[in-house]
Design a protein around this ligand. Sequence first.
Ligand code: HAM
Length: 424
Amino acid sequence: MSYDLVRGMNDLLPEEVAWWRLVEETIRDVARRYNYREIRFPIVEYTDLFTRGIGEATEVVTKQMFTFPDQKGRSLSLRPEGTASVARAYLTHGLQTTAPFQKLLYLGPMFRYEKPQKGRYRQFHQYGIEAIGSLDPSLDAEVIAFAWTLMTDLGLGGLSLRLNSIGCEQDRAPYHAALRAHFADSIGAMCDNCRRRYDDNPLRILDCKEETCRPFIGTAPGPVEHLCEECAAHFAEVQALLDRLGLDYTIDPHLVRGLDYYTRTVFELISDDLGSQDSLLGGGRYDGLIESVGGPETPGVGFAGGLERLVIVLQERGTALDPERVDLFIASIGDNGRRLAFELTEKLRSAGLAVEIDHRARTLRKQLALANQLTARHLLVLGEDEVASGTAKLKEMDSGEERDVRLDSEVLAAELADDRRGSE
Ligand code: HAM
């Protein structure tokens, strides 16, 4: 009997992992330059953290969480995102008193019970940054600049940044009133979800993807029209700073995002390569989140993106990946040759080189085919003559050049290191 993969969850074979490592290394390098330090937190939290943090009425909480009781009947959930956990960790470790300003990076698996399709999975992976402890618009602009820098470093152009401000808690009531007034005549013709949202949280109506609802949504007022003076000034400054950097963005008056903790700035980076799941990353400010999970009033801003989606875009654009090469392949003939090959391989690996032999005792022809498959930089063939003389021909695979070398691990290590330096 064999087992199936759990729906919406994926294995990553080594060829695929090579892409992930490229993306992860680039993210870590951008984080280093922007001074965001990595935090790691558990995959499981008490369900209540997400219910209160992300919002009771959001799709993520009502429909998408993997929730289960522990042995004592407490409700636990697999994390559907990272921001609520970062807020929890900030409070768990008393950072609000010891080091209230934090710039944090995280990478890891997240879980949402969604209908799987290209770019949408039940176990997916996010990279995200969170800057906590300041209301300054420079932080909103920095977080957005981080996202652009990452895309530039990965060679991804042609993306579009959608930006909006949904204002503060106080702006919500007048905006909700304006939305209810706008939808008052049409709500009867809209979907069940929208009818529910009309009473609970009319802002969520703007997220509706139903064909029947879209025409009514298209003409709805945006939250920017209802910003208080402070929020309007904040949004203007975020834009002024982005303009300074020459970053391109479009104000999307209906961008509200799907999680309840957002205040003021919200944004998404969109790629045409992703089809319907076009959001490469999304984020914004969440000045009420830390308070809502039991902490003092503490502002924050950040974003998260899906690693799978970045890899898809890179692959679809035909980005070339450098092959992972071994420095040396040692082929051998006969028992003595094989033993010497084994010993040299171990010693050279200890000296820091990537070396491989054939562990299936096959013909020389098959061993050489394996050396090619591994795109080995160098090749040695050890037979009885080489064992007896203690020398062999070291072949440089790219140029085909050969030179005599002593079969001594230190000599070989120096030769290979020299070649590597030469080719860099
Ligand atoms: P989100 O928009 O729910 O925001 O998710 C962020 C990104 O995660 C999406 O743009 C997408 O790239 C990826 N993503 C989400 N769901 C899936 C899925 N089922 N399969 C594959 N990729 C997915 C958040 O999670 C917020 N915590 C972002 C944030 C951080 N806001 C402030 N700080």
